[in-house]
Design a protein around this ligand. Structure first.
Ligand code: ATP
Ligand code: MG
Length: 328
């Protein structure tokens, strides 16, 4: 079986961007692949987190993974910090990654601008840890939103570099980006991607937002005064709502354009909101049930860490040996 790895940071409550760009695709792939899905808590620490909130969100993310349809028996679900090999491999890979490569990463440029003075060095080396995450599992495919394409490209470059300098060690991973939903935009500034760490809560819909909040946020989403439901560059707000609806309904954007020909924004927005409510409500109920079952939650991430460690440690030992580190 081919291998999949992906993860989401517990850096904020998960948005429909995370759901439609990542999670929803993951569940669809679980029968075909051997899959590792991680809550990347170490990545979240690259920007300041409240400790109690980080703890709560890490567990909530595991519950959301399961509620999104990832069967813990079919997929290895774990918490990044539970598998120390990620940190160790990240150090080793950072010895082969150039400053110039990291300086070109658009995520770093965007996020470092946002945090201003206090940019951590870990925010800069974030993509190296991500490369370690991916490469430790001999990953073939990394299902992500399109914003992560550049990071996967770097993981590929590092893998190729290491393989060439030593001997074949890593599988070269490929990004897997869905046809729709790959880039859900900010509801208030539709030229930016939707992010869970945005400051304005009206910029995103959370997976766990209650129905009335979803309706309110969608009705307030920034659009335009053209009054036509069309998917095009000059209507980023409307196009984004079309993307959301098309990903949920499994329809092409063109079909949605046709469906809403001659229909106003109010009706369109209310349909988008209802589609979201309908999609998310069962998921939300499952998350709540799971979070009440602490022993079950613990059994998921503990057995996940065990399985993941076994594979990750094997790769890490190979790396160490090839680099000339003395085995214990
Ligand atoms: P942060 O703002 O803290 O970076 P984020 O919302 O960007 O949070 P990440 O944890 O960085 O979320 O990314 C997790 C996954 O969600 C990745 O696969 C990423 O590509 C995907 N993703 C994030 N935002 C979007 C979006 N707006 N549209 C589609 N996919 C997205
Ligand atoms: Mg992000």
């Amino acid at each position: 079986k081919k291998v999949i790895f992906s993860g989401i940071q517990p850096s904020g409550d998960l948005t429909i961007g995370n759901y439609l760009g990542a999670l929803k695709n993951w569940a669809a792939l679980q029968d075909e692949y051997e899959s590792y899905y991680c809550v990347v808590d170490l990545h979240a620490l690259t920007v300041r987190q409240d400790s109690a909130e980080l703890r709560a969100r890490t567990l909530k993310n595991i519950a959301i993974y399961v509620a999104s349809g990832l069967d813990p028996k079919k997929n290895t679900l774990f918490i990044q910090s539970h598998v120390p090999a990620h940190s160790e491999a990240s150090w080793l890979l950072s010895c082969f990654c150039y400053m110039g490569e990291l300086s070109r990463m658009t995520q770093f440029k965007d996020k470092s601008q946002k945090v201003g003075e206090s940019v951590s060095s870990a925010l800069f080396t974030y993509p190296v840890l991500m490369a370690a995450d991916i490469l430790l599992y001999n990953t073939d495919l990394v299902p992500v939103g399109s914003d992560q394409k550049q990071h996967i490209e770097l993981a590929r470059d590092l893998a190729i570099r290491f393989n060439n300098l030593y001997s074949p060690t890593f599988t070269i991973p490929e990004p897997y980006i869905g046809d729709t939903g790959a880039r859900i935009m900010d509801l208030q500034e539709p030229d930016k991607k939707m992010s869970k760490s945005a400051d304005n809560p009206n910029a995103y819909v959370l997976i766990m937002d209650p129905p009335d909040v979803i309706r309110r946020k969608i009705s307030r989403a920034v659009t335009d005064d053209l009054g036509v439901v069309k998917y095009n560059e000059s209507q980023p707000g409307i196009s984004n709502l079309i993307s959301i609806l098309s990903t949920i309904a499994g329809k092409k954007p063109e079909d949605i354009e046709k469906e809403y020909d001659g229909i106003g924004y109010a009706k369109f927005k209310s349909d988008v909101a209802e589609a979201l409510v309908e999609e998310l409500q069962p998921l939300q109920n499952t998350v709540k049930q799971l979070l009440d079952d602490k022993p079950y939650m613990e059994s998921i991430y503990k057995s996940g860490a065990e399985k993941a460690s076994y594979v990750a440690n094997k790769t890490l030992r190979k790396m160490q040996k090839k680099l000339g580190l003395i085995p214990r």
